[in-house]
Each structure stands twice: as structure tokens, then as C-alpha cells.
Ligand binder design. Structure first.
Ligand SMILES: [Zn+2]
Length: 467
């Protein structure tokens, strides 16, 4: 058995790990896009480091683009096998990969206009909407805790990782002439106590663990105050200052968490009578996918839905998909809440809403998630007083609030708790992936304290062979 690392190696994007068995079966775990722009990502996304046609199967941990976003390119370049994932991930991939194709084609149009002006050659998109459509025919559903066998040598089982709807850790059993080995790939690890999802679920004993490490050196803020902080911000901004609250939020999970919190406040009679707009076609579609997969929700929200009828619907809440309706929000004088994508405020409709409200003191921009330092969200998080949007320098007069209680990733204590279902002495090796190197080094020490001794931090292209 051989494990090779073709992405998310000392990085947080591009998740892609290849398992090869004795008989030559080649199973790719995830096929994620390298994100963050720059020429490095550009090159990495164009060259897999292996022949896509040589891959027999893909097993996908979840639908986030840094785990699924290169599947259409894999198919376009000759992959003919099946893509195994959970039912909710199939539905999410359909909308997220389509969205990704549109973004690629739009971004590339701008890049190519620039290249044309400079007399440079025109680039092809990584993939097109047609490639996504073809990719969707390769998907096959496998539910949680159902062992699925690919051949005599290789079987896998999904365990709910509580990260986004449909997310899974992948437990693999490989039987070769030298004996039986078990590998567990965590995918991204969610957090205990999520308001919508289940807690990450324990998995059987594994010999090898491929473990994410995004927040291997960090502890999150206590999530129990999140609703109170959100309500206070809404009161101060909308009731006292008569302004707008703009919330840049990721379309999947974060948007629905905020809507559910507001829904609960409404049911409890706490939410002031203001209009709430979810302004993002992808967020609207993602909410529908989540509603379709209610079976994957935790018992507390299911109980709420039984009483309330719906966790993502209350009087005054409006879902917007049309561009004209989105533009109309800019002229709106009355206080309101606008939840819109993208989460880092780098693109999408939320950028327009920030552009139109940032120079007024009465408004508030509420940052509810991670934003890379180079993004507009990152600049606002840092408290910068001047930002450039659509080529215009704008003074930040609106209040900027940051809520760090939200995160879809476990912090280091939560990851250690997740791994505590394992007898560390029986784990031959832990491979740390999906993290920055300094963070991974810090997490490695924590793991050693917890009894895991053999910890590797693979580099891009590294291969581990066993036995
Ligand atoms: Zn993820």
C-alpha cells in the first residue's frame, strides 16, 4: 500500500491524497482546488502530478471547493471512474461545482482581457459548466456507517464529521498479501455542539490516520454567547442607530446558522420587527439542500423544526436570487439585516452591499468567519480605516464587529477529543495535512503529549510506502 500527497500538504487548500494498493487499485481521496489566487495555485490547479485517467475511484470527504473543486478537471482530463460520497455531498457538489465553473469562466474572462492587451496568449478555463455536468454523472451515493467495497482488497465507510452537511471522515480497510491495514482520513473535522449538525462521530481503530490540522495551534471563542452577541449587534444597529447590518457569510453552513439563530430569536419574540434578506443565489440553493437533508441534523434542531415548522423561515425573512431585487437593497433606507456571500467579502453581492454602506456610521459590518488577510474581509477584521472597493478608496465609518465563535473547523482541543476514540499505541502513523507548517508543528507536539508518537508532516508529492 502506498499513500501519496498531492495537495493540502503544508497548505490549507487543494486536498488530494492517493492510495494505491498491492494489486494496483488507485483511489483518490478528495480532489480539491488550490485556492488563494497567485501563480502557485494557478500552476498547481493545472497539473495534478498524476494521470487522471489512471485513477480508478474518487472517495470524497465533503463538498467544500478545496476538497471537491478539481473534480470537473479530473473528469475533463480522462478520469472515468466513480466518485463516492454521501447523499448530501452529491447535492451540494451539484450547486457548488456549477458556481465554481461560473466563477472560473468569469475570472478568466477578466484575466484574458488583460493578457490580450499585453499581447500574451489566452488561457483556457480550468473547466466549464459542461465539464461539471459530465462530472455529476460520475457521482454515487453511500450513506454514513454503510461499508462499501470497491474490490476484494479495498472497502470504505463514511462517519459523520460534523463539519458541513454531508461531511464525512473516511475509514478504509485494505487487505493485501502482507495483511490487513486500516486508514482513517478525517477530511475536515467539525465541532462539538454545532447548532445544526451532529457532533463529529467516533470511528473504529485505525493503523494510519490522515488528519487535518487547520487550527492545530488555536482555541476558538466560546460559542455559547454567539446568539446574544448577534442580537445585541442587531439592536444597536437597527433599532438604536436605524442602520443596516451587513453580514458576509459562506453560503453553506454559516448562512444557515445565522438564519436559524434569527429564526429562534423571532420565535422567542426577541427579534425586533426588521426585514432580513438572504441575498445570494448559492446561499438560497444551499439552504434548500440542507432542508432536503434534515435527517443529518442534530436532535435539538429537529425538535425545534417539529415545533416551529421550519428552522430557516420566519415572517420578515426574504430569500433573494434576482439581480434587480439585490440592487434594490442598495436604495433601501429602512434598517435591515443583509446576509450575503462571499464569506471573505472578496467577491459576490456582499461586496456591493459593503461598498454602499461602509461610509455611514449608522451601519455595521459583522464579520462571522475566517477571512484571508489579503481579502476585503481580512482588511475589515484588522480594523483598517481605509479600504479600496471597485477601484474607489472608501473611509470605514460603519462599525465593524467580529464574531469569532463561529468556525466549521475544530480547534486543537476539539481535534484531540475527536482522536481520543483511538488507542494511540495502535496507530502506526499520523500524517498531518490541511494546515500551515508552523501550525502543524504545534499540533504535532500536542499529539505527542496525547500519546501519538509517529507523526509525519508530508510535503507536496511525498509518498509513504507500507510495508
Ligand atoms: Zn471543509
Amino acid at each position: 500500500m502506498r499513500i501519496s500527497f498531492y495537495g493540502a500538504a503544508r497548505l490549507v487548500t487543494g486536498s488530494k491524497h492517493l492510495i494505491e494498493t498491492e494489486s494496483g487499485l488507485r483511489v483518490l481521496l478528495d480532489c480539491g482546488l488550490f485556492q488563494g489566487g497567485g501563480s502557485d495555485s494557478h500552476e498547481l490547479n493545472r497539473h495534478f502530478g498524476f494521470d487522471p485517467a489512471s485513477i480508478d475511484h474518487v472517495v470524497l470527504s465533503h463538498a467544500h471547493i478545496d476538497h471537491s473543486g478539481l473534480l470537473p478537471r479530473l473528469v475533463a482530463q480522462g478520469f472515468e471512474g466513480k466518485i463516492w460520497t454521501t447523499p448530501a455531498s452529491v447535492d451540494l457538489c451539484e450547486i457548488m461545482l456549477m458556481d465554481s465553473a461560473y466563477i472560473q469562466e468569469n475570472d478568466l474572462r477578466r484575466v484574458n482581457e488583460r493578457r490580450k492587451r499585453r499581447g500574451e496568449s489566452i488561457l483556457d478555463p480550468l473547466y466549464t459548466v459542461d465539464d461539471v455536468e459530465k462530472t455529476l454523472t460520475h457521482f454515487r451515493e453511500v450513506g454514513y456507517r454503510q461499508e462499501h467495497r470497491l474490490n476484494d482488497e479495498f472497502s470504505f465507510t463514511f462517519y459523520d464529521s460534523g463539519h458541513i452537511i454531508g461531511s464525512a471522515g473516511i475509514y478504509m480497510e485494505i487487505v493485501e498479501s502482507t495483511g490487513r491495514e486500516t486508514i482513517f482520513f478525517t477530511g475536515d473535522i467539525g465541532r462539538k455542539g454545532d447548532i445544526i449538525l451532529h457532533d463529529p462521530e467516533p470511528f473504529p481503530q485505525a493503523n494510519f490516520i490522515i488528519c487535518e490540522s487547520t487550527y492545530g495551534d488555536r482555541l476558538h471563542d466560546d460559542a455559547s454567547h454567539a446568539a446574544a452577541q448577534l442580537l445585541r449587534t442587531v439592536y444597536e444597529t437597527c433599532v438604536i442607530n436605524k442602520g443596516k447590518v451587513i453580514i458576509p457569510a459562506f453560503s453553506v453552513d454559516r448562512t444557515q446558522e445565522i438564519i436559524y439563530m434569527l429564526d429562534k430569536m423571532h420565535s422567542e419574540g426577541k427579534l425586533p420587527a426588521i426585514e432580513v434578506f438572504v441575498d445570494s443565489p448559492l446561499s438560497v440553493k444551499a439552504t434548500k439542500v440542507m432542508q432536503k437533508h434534515e435527517a443529518d441534523f442534530n436532535p435539538a434542531i429537529l425538535e425545534y423544526i417539529k415545533k416551529d415548522g421550519d428552522a430557516f423561515c420566519f415572517p420578515g425573512l426574504h430569500y433573494i436570487t434576482e439581480v434587480e431585487a439585490s440592487k434594490a437593497l442598495n436604495h433601501r433606507k429602512e434598517p435591515c439585516i443583509i446576509i450575503s456571500a462571499s464569506g471573505m467579502a472578496e467577491a459576490g453581492r456582499v461586496k456591493h452591499h459593503i461598498f454602499n454602506s461602509i461610509e455611514k456610521e449608522k451601519n455595521c459590518i459583522l464579520i462571522v468567519g475566517y477571512a484571508s488577510p489579503s481579502s476585503l474581509g481580512g482588511a475589515l477584521r484588522r480594523g483598517e480605516k481605509l479600504v479600496r472597493i471597485f477601484g474607489k478608496d472608501l473611509e470605514v465609518k460603519a462599525r465593524v464587529e467580529v464574531m469569532d465563535a463561529f468556525s466549521a473547523h475544530a480547534d486543537y482541543l476539539e481535534m484531540l477529543e475527536y482522536l481520543s476514540c483511538q488507542d494511540a499505541s495502535k496507530v502506526s502513523k499520523v500524517f498531518l495535512v490541511h494546515g500551515e507548517y508552523d501550525t502543524q508543528m504545534a499540533f504535532k507536539l500536542k499529539l505527542i503529549e496525547a500519546g501519538f508518537y509517529h507523526i509525519e508532516i508530508p510535503e507536496l508529492g511525498d509518498t509513504y510506502e507500507h510495508p
